[in-house]
Design a binder for this molecule. Structure first.
Ligand SMILES: Cc1cc2nc3c(=O)[nH]c(=O)nc-3n(C[C@H](O)[C@H](O)[C@H](O)COP(=O)(O)O)c2cc1C
Length: 191
């Protein structure tokens, strides 16, 4: 198993992302889902007004999301072949669960927008950690639909909002190799 769950410190030291294509059912049970969501929203939040919300893509919702993305591409490029459209239809299929994190900034508050955005990013990473802690693989992706305004609306963002991450979660089907990490001396200095 790639998840070292022997202690919280071991978990933090070994967490790594799995690829959605190396994920399969089962996803989290309803109880595990609640634990993951509870952990995810336990983030620093300067204004304490939760400038983020979460959208769950599971079951048939994964197909509907993929169809919406394929429809956008088909509208823009009517000549697009079936194989390319199928890639869009399958965007949410490899993982049994994807949780989208929407950044929903509140203007004119004591916390500047950048701080609110950082809070939303923490929700994304907390989702990854919580899933990992329960033995699942997780992957934070944005892909084209994480930046495309029309796709964002189709997936659930409202005016002034945007997705900042899609966290794919599933049972790992392969050992997840770690990637190279920066050397501490390259990224840490003393003041
Ligand atoms: C905001 C953000 C967006 C990302 N979007 C993508 C993406 O669209 N596609 C991708 O393959 N990886 C994407 N990644 C990187 C994956 O999360 C990658 O698997 C990760 O950096 C692996 O490192 P880890 O093992 O430390 O998690 C993104 C990462 C971040 C922070």
């Amino acid at each position: 198993m790639f998840n070292d769950l022997s202690s919280p410190a071991a978990l933090l030291a070994t967490r790594r992302s799995g690829k959605p294509r190396d994920m399969a059912a089962p996803g989290p049970s309803p109880d595990q889902m609640t634990r993951i969501l509870d952990a995810a929203i336990r983030v620093p939040d300067h204004g304490k007004f939760a400038p983020w919300r979460l959208v769950i893509f599971e079951g048939e919702g994964r197909n509907r999301a993929g169809e919406a993305l394929a429809a956008i591409q088909k509208y823009r490029r009517p000549d697009l072949d079936e194989a390319s459209l199928n890639i869009e239809r399958r965007q949410f299929l490899p993982a049994p669960l994807t949780i989208g994190v929407i950044f929903s900034p509140r203007p004119n508050t004591k916390a500047p927008e950048l701080e609110q955005l950082l809070s939303a990013g923490n929700v994304c990473f907390n989702l990854s950690h919580a899933a990992f802690a329960l033995g699942f693989a997780a992957s934070w992706t944005n892909r084209w639909y994480g930046w495309d305004p029309e796709a964002q609306t189709a997936l659930g963002a409202r005016g002034g909002e945007r997705f900042v991450g899609f966290i794919h979660i599933g049972t790992p089907t392969a050992v997840i190799e770690d990637r190279e990490r920066p050397a501490l001396e390259d990224v840490v200095t003393r003041f």
